[in-house]
Design a protein. Structure first.
Lengths: 224, 648
């Protein structure tokens, strides 16, 4: 029984792309799948702030990593039109030039299409996914349920093993800036969503090589 | 629609050939299609024998080594560092990889898919030439490749809009005056002068009824042959015209015409339909025309040097020539042309110096003042390849004299040589550390003594003799009686005919410096260390080629060709089945000469030691490709002179 229907709160019919996304989630990635065959979508968002409830997404960038290859052809970069009261925040991020803005629907649609059968990857990915869910809510997206890999967690795990006390981690050392420096990735286009997604993708392919050397060889080893 | 990620790739690729030749639109398309791959140290990208992948590679960060397994040992054939392209050959010829590719350090690699690659090849001729000529790594240059490589570099190296002062290289086609001010045979001088004055020109062509050029009248002719002689203005033009005129075909390259005029000291060159004087007049070019097109004309320099009586002025003029050399090199004029001009300038200095010295010394040596002598250039000077004012190597040969005059002749010639050398030093040339110069009494000798020297070197080919041989066998008559030099050449060939084994020794000597094929490998290995060693381009690249050319040309008994690159041209002609290799060797030599001269000018040095990282990517690849013929030429020497069995 659908209680919401009973009380007349039925949500609008779901757009096709959301239904298609939800359907794609039924197929799980087998645990034995070798890491080199796992498909990743590396993403990043730039936002007006760190409050998931109040702040807004300004831009979205993503790139796919398939078979250990960063596919430049899959790269995406979108800018969302900011609301007036967020102008101050925009200055902080330096996003002052006029962009060809796209709609929220376009961002979510593209994201959901790219994300099928993929592991989502980001540095502090939880925050980015929460922000995307916020945008997607009005479109009928309820939850992003893909497996997610946080490059922060992976980097820490590779240093400290699988079971570590999060409170003892010097988190600054695992910031994107620090990790890029450590893994010899030049910090180009830092603080643009696509630029950070690209840096994160480079970090990912390097971390995965380290992981393989440490015996993390399958999808199950990585996220199981 | 390029996003920051694609732009990042574009910014990287556009720095390196062949991507640097692409339009920004095409580059954007390429960048949007590539993949990025990461390899750990020692990880394989591909292995020998694997079928070609559907993409080729560019090193973005790190370094890749291309290796081959010979006798069970994996040997590095080549290193690719940032911006190097590899894995192309297999794609081009659709066959398996012939080498292994392995990461030498953690490396980020760009993979360019074959689809977009074919699109580039079709749409951009520069890129297809680039690949066809073996510029990418891991490609052995095909035999016929080097002259094409050179062309490609000319093509790639020149920016189309770089015209500014483009004097010669931009001026491939001839710009002669047209129509020409002219009058028929039989015209009175008065009428002719009226025509000249009307057109405000300094010369008029005299033609016959068929428009064939018969002569030319210049202001100077009017002054010397008409007015000074007190002839009437009704004199027909043919009576005072300069004739015959020197004609040329309009098909000639500008640089050829130019060199011709400089060499023969022509004031005018007349162009006719077929290039002969018996064909209709097309146009005329004067040294003045050239002067106008040349801020810094060699014709002017040479003329000034010829007339100079002052050693300081000559030095100043020679400094000016350096600026000209730089300009020629930067504008990719042919080495043949550049070396021709510079040799002419250097020779002119010597001739003028001799003229001055004779005027000064002759009164003190009345008995021997008419003595025949010949000033010889040796080494690179003798080969006509001395672009920079490096060490002097020269000598003087004079006619044999009766015994009672020997002492007088000796001191006269020695003083003469000393004066000439002083002028050359003042003009910025360096003294030969081994004192192989005409001012050394040992190398200022009568013909009979020179013959004894050469006989001795040929008959007793010990290391010292062979070393002497490499320098003295390239002698060239610079000034004075050429017949003395010819007599010496004759003698040398007769001696070699009798003493055939000498050439085997000489050939063995030419193999002392193996080709530097490992140059880039070593450079790469040592790049992080403190041994960022310089490369001795003279010893490792030029001498092996010059030495081989000398031996081969001697074995063919060819007289009068001293340029190394011209020797190879001649060898290509004499041995058609090896023609492509000899042509390549000649081109390689020209490339080395150019790179060395540029290096020398840039660092005010002899240019002999090249800092590999100071070279651009294209130049490094060019240099590397130019090494290949050395090895091949040395193999020929080994076989031909049976050096593997020849006494050690």
């Amino acid at each position: 029984m659908d209680l919401r229907a009973l009380f007349g709160f039925a949500s609008l019919p779901k757009p096709d792309f959301i239904s298609a996304y939800e359907k794609s989630l039924e197929r799980k990635i087998p645990k034995r799948k070798p890491l080199s065959e796992v498909a990743f979508l590396v993403l990043d968002t730039e936002t007006t702030g760190l409050d998931v409830k109040k702040d807004h997404v300004l831009s979205y960038g993503s790139i796919q990593v398939l078979h250990n290859r960063i596919r430049i052809s899959s790269s995406k970069e979108f800018y969302l039109k900011p609301k007036k009261r967020n102008r101050e925040a925009i200055k902080v991020h330096g996003l002052v030039q006029v962009r060809p803005y796209v709609s929220r629907e376009r961002v979510i649609r593209t994201f959901l299409e790219d994300t099928r059968h993929k592991v989502l990857v980001g540095h502090h990915i939880g925050f980015d996914l929460a922000m995307l869910e916020r945008i997607g809510k009005s479109l009928g997206l309820r939850k992003i349920k893909n497996p997610a890999l946080d490059t922060y967690d992976l980097a820490v795990r590779l240093d400290r093993g699988r079971y570590y006390d999060p409170h003892t981690v010097p988190s600054k050392e695992y910031s994107l800036d620090h990790l890029c420096e450590r893994y010899a990735i030049s910090l180009d286009d830092r603080h643009t969503a696509a630029g950070d997604a690209f840096l994160t993708a480079q970090l990912l392919v390097k971390l995965l090589k380290v992981a393989e050397a440490k015996g993390i060889k399958t999808y199950g080893d990585l996220l199981g | 629609m390029a996003n920051v990620i694609v732009n990042r790739i574009i910014d990287f690729l556009k720095k390196y050939p062949p991507f640097s030749f692409l339009s920004s639109e095409l580059l954007g398309q390429v960048a949007a299609e590539v993949d990025l791959l990461y390899f750990e140290k020692e990880e394989f990208l591909f292995q020998k024998g694997e079928p070609a992948k559907s993409y080729f590679f560019v090193v973005k960060e790190g370094a890749i080594k291309l290796t081959d397994k010979a006798a069970g040992v994996e040997e590095t054939v080549e290193f690719c560092d940032e911006g190097d392209v590899f894995g192309v050959l297999a794609l081009l010829v659709k066959r398996p990889y012939i080498l292994n590719a392995r990461a030498n350090e953690p490396s980020l690699i760009i993979a360019v898919p074959v689809g977009i690659f074919e699109k580039i090849l079709n749409e951009n001729s520069q890129v297809s030439l680039y690949f066809a000529s073996g510029f990418a790594s891991g490609q052995v240059v095909v035999r016929s490749g080097l002259s094409q490589t050179q062309q490609v570099r000319d093509l790639l190296g020149r920016k189309p809009d770089e015209n500014g002062l483009m004097l010669l290289s931009g001026q491939r086609t001839l710009q002669y005056s047209h129509p020409v001010v002219q009058c028929p045979v039989g015209t009175s001088v008065f009428k002719a002068v009226t025509q000249m004055s009307k057109a405000s020109v300094g010369s008029i062509m005299v033609v016959d009824e068929n428009q064939h050029p018969k002569g030319i009248i210049t202001d100077k002719d009017l002054r010397n042959r008409l007015i000074a002689k007190g002839l009437s203005y009704d004199t027909p033009v043919e009576a005072i015209m300069s004739q015959p005129v020197v004609t040329a075909s309009k098909e000639l390259e500008f640089s050829d015409v130019y060199l011709n005029m400089v060499k023969h000291r022509l004031h005018h060159l007349v162009f006719t339909e077929d290039g002969s004087p018996d064909s209709p007049l097309l146009g005329i070019i004067s040294d003045h025309d050239i002067l106008l097109s040349q801020g810094n004309s060699p014709a002017v320099l040479i003329k000034a040097l010829q007339e100079s009586e002052d050693i300081h002025e000559m030095a100043k003029l020679r400094n000016q020539a350096e600026g000209m050399l730089k300009y020629y090199l930067e504008n990719e004029l042919s080495i043949d042309f550049i070396a021709g001009i510079l040799t002419e300038i250097n020779d002119t200095i010597i001739r003028s110096a001799i003229r001055l010295a004779l005027t000064k010394l002759q009164p003190s040596f009345p008995e021997v003042q008419e003595l025949d002598f010949c000033f010889l250039g040796l080494g690179s000077e003798g080969r006509g390849e001395q672009l920079l004012r490096t060490d002097l190597d020269n000598a003087l040969v004079y006619q044999d004299v009766p015994e009672h005059l020997q002492e007088k002749a000796q001191s006269f010639m020695h003083l003469l040589s000393r004066d000439v050398l002083d002028v050359l030093f003042a003009c910025g040339f360096h003294s030969c550390p081994a004192e192989m110069m005409a001012n050394n009494p040992q190398w200022c000798q009568p013909l009979s003594q020179w013959k004894r020297y050469f006989s001795q070197w040929i008959r007793e080919p010990n290391p010292r003799s062979l070393m002497m041989g490499t320098i003295f066998f390239d002698f060239r008559a610079v000034a004075g009686k050429h017949s003395l030099a010819d007599a010496l050449t004759q003698h040398v060939y007769e001696e070699i005919r009798q003493e055939k084994v000498f050439l085997n020794f000489f050939a063995k000597n030419a193999l002392l410096n193996p080709p530097p094929l490992g140059f880039f490998r070593n450079f790469m290995v040592e790049k992080s260390g403190e041994h960022a060693e310089k490369f001795d381009i003279k010893l490792r690249a030029m001498m092996p080629l010059a030495d081989a050319a000398r031996v081969l040309i001697l074995s063919h008994q060819v007289v009068g060709i001293n340029n190394t690159f011209k020797r190879y041209e001649k060898l290509a002609e004499l041995e058609p089945n090896q023609a492509s290799l000899f042509k390549d060797a000649g081109k390689a030599y020209e490339i080395f000469m150019r790179i060395r001269a540029l290096e020398g000018l840039a660092n005010e040095s002899s240019g002999r030691f090249i800092q590999p990282d100071s070279l651009g990517k294209l130049q490094r690849q060019l240099l590397k490709n130019a090494f290949f013929p050395i090895d091949e030429i040395q193999k020929i020497l080994k076989v031909r002179f049976q050096l593997d069995y020849f006494g050690n």
